[in-house]
Each structure stands twice: as structure tokens, then as C-alpha cells.
Design a protein around this ligand. Structure first.
Ligand SMILES: Nc1ncnc2c1ncn2[C@@H]1O[C@H](COP(=O)(O)OP(=O)(O)OP(=O)(O)O)[C@@H](O)[C@H]1O
Length: 246
């Protein structure tokens, strides 16, 4: 697998805090995201999606700072949006155009490419994934897995340095999950993958474990995932609903 150079444009979180509707959702998160493959784990409601949006420059922290390449992401949102692509949990929240080629080409025109250039680049990424025949396909008619793959191709076409994926495998069958995992294993970008399933990030370089909006562990998978799994199983085996998130 070719590994991206993550040194030049890393996302740097310093004491990041986020409140949504008056509720504190993230508390004092600090991490410099330099590794090529980073997993973020945590149970439902622990703040993973919120952190994903901060890393992608979509949410501005109300405490601390999120920087990319040394620049405050809130001040230079264009830089953040150009450098980091995000794939949401539900592809139906992401896909807006009626055909596959329009969906992929749109982001490229937003980056300044002319219509023909954008369409050629869209065809190139479809060909790279063996999906040239999808060009005129109606996006509404794609299956969930096909929509996930379309979102991945759309983001990759824009050549972000970092791709944040929020639960990319939820709702996918085993073959589709394996195909998407295979595509992900060879992409030449930093990957930040949000999941509650430790298996999906076992081979990653670094794991951040969020609980109650706080970073409770940060380290290599061997150091973090066994403790995470044990805690989840302990809670799962108990009857104390006080541990339920939310
Ligand atoms: N727009 C919002 N307004 C108010 N509270 C919100 C909003 N979005 C999320 N929250 C709350 O913030 C907390 C963290 O939510 P978030 O979606 O980041 O968690 P998550 O770890 O991604 O959860 P899941 O695994 O269930 O997707 C939850 O308690 C949630 O209810």
C-alpha cells in the first residue's frame, strides 16, 4: 500500500470543545493527526460524528482550536474543505445529483475545473474503480453499498489529503464491505475512520477512543482496542442502563 505523506498538512486539535444546542458534546480534545490510518472508536453518542465534522472543518469548535497545516480551520475554511473530504454515515445525506457523472463532477467544478475537465476526471475515477458503465446511472437507483462507493469515488476525485469516513460499513453486506475495505486499503490519502467496531480498525496506526465526548485513550491498536472491547463487553453484560449513552 502506498502511504501518504502526512507531515505537511496534518490536522491539529488543541483543547477542542464543542457544544450543540447548549449541550457540551466534546470536551478538551487534543491530538495531532499525523498517522496515515487513524481509527476513532466509541459507543453510540460518544461524540465520534461531531469530532469527524470538526476534523473536516464543518463544525467550528467553541473552545480551543482545530488547525490544518498550521492554519486555523475556522479562519480558512476553503483550505480545510480542499484538504479534507468527509463521507457521511448515510450516503443519502451526501448524494444530491440525479446521475453518477454529475455527482462526481460537481465537486470538481467547485474546485475550479471547467465542465469538460471535471467530466473527464469523473470518468477517470469511474474507470479506476472499474465502474465506467455507471456514468449515466441514476443515483437514486443505486443500492446502499453502491452509493457508499459513489461517495468514496466522489471524494477521491477531489484528491483530498485526508478522508474522514463516518461508519462507512453500516448497512453493507459482507461482499460489499469487503470490496469497499479493499478499495480503502490502497487509497493514497490519510484515512480517519469512525466506528464502534474495533475489528474495522485493528490494522490501523493509531486509535482514539472517545467516551462521553472525552478522549479516554489514544495510542496504537494493541494498546487501546483490547481495553475498549473489554469495557464494551462489561457494559453489554451488565443491566445498568445508566451506562447507556445520551
Ligand atoms: N445537532 C445536535 N444538537 C444537539 N445535540 C446533538 C446534536 N448532534 C449530536 N448531538 C448530541 O451529541 C452527542 C454526540 O453525538 P455524535 O453524533 O457525535 O455521537 P456518535 O458517537 O457519532 O454517535 P453514533 O455512534 O450513535 O453515531 C449525543 O449525545 C447527541 O445526542
Amino acid at each position: 500500500m502506498s502511504r501518504p505523506d502526512c507531515r505537511t498538512m496534518s490536522v491539529d486539535l488543541r483543547d477542542v470543545g464543542v457544544s450543540l444546542d447548549g449541550q457540551r458534546v466534546l470536551h478538551a480534545i487534543s491530538a495531532s493527526l499525523t498517522e496515515p490510518r487513524i481509527g476513532i472508536v466509541g459507543r453510540n453518542g460518544s461524540g465520534k460524528s461531531t469530532l469527524a465534522r470538526v476534523i473536516a472543518g464543518l463544525i467550528e469548535p467553541d473552545q480551543g482550536q482545530a488547525r490544518i497545516g498550521g492554519q486555523d480551520m475556522a479562519r480558512d475554511r476553503r483550505a480545510a474543505l480542499a484538504a479534507v473530504g468527509i463521507i457521511f454515515q448515510n450516503p443519502d445525506h451526501q448524494i444530491i445529483f440525479p446521475t453518477v457523472i454529475e455527482e462526481i463532477a460537481f465537486g470538481l467544478t467547485q474546485q475550479g475545473l471547467g465542465r469538460d475537465e471535471a467530466q473527464n476526471a469523473a470518468r477517470a475515477i469511474l474507470a479506476r474503480f472499474g465502474k465506467a458503465h455507471w456514468e449515466a446511472a441514476a443515483t437514486y437507483a443505486l443500492s446502499q453499498g453502491q452509493k457508499q462507493l459513489l461517495c468514496l469515488m466522489t471524494v477521491l476525485a477531489m484528491r483530498p489529503r485526508t478522508i474522514v469516513m463516518d461508519e462507512p460499513f453500516s448497512g453493507l453486506d459482507i461482499p460489499t464491505r469487503m470490496q469497499i475495505a479493499r478499495h480503502l486499503s490502497c487509497i493514497d490519502a490519510q484515512l480517519v475512520l469512525i466506528t464502534h467496531d474495533p475489528e474495522q480498525v485493528r490494522g490501523f496506526d493509531r486509535i482514539l477512543w472517545l467516551d462521553g465526548g472525552r478522549l479516554v485513550a489514544d495510542g496504537p491498536p494493541d494498546a487501546v482496542l483490547p481495553a475498549f472491547r473489554q469495557r464494551m463487553e462489561d457494559w453489554g453484560n451488565g443491566d445498568d442502563l445508566a451506562h447507556l449513552a445520551g
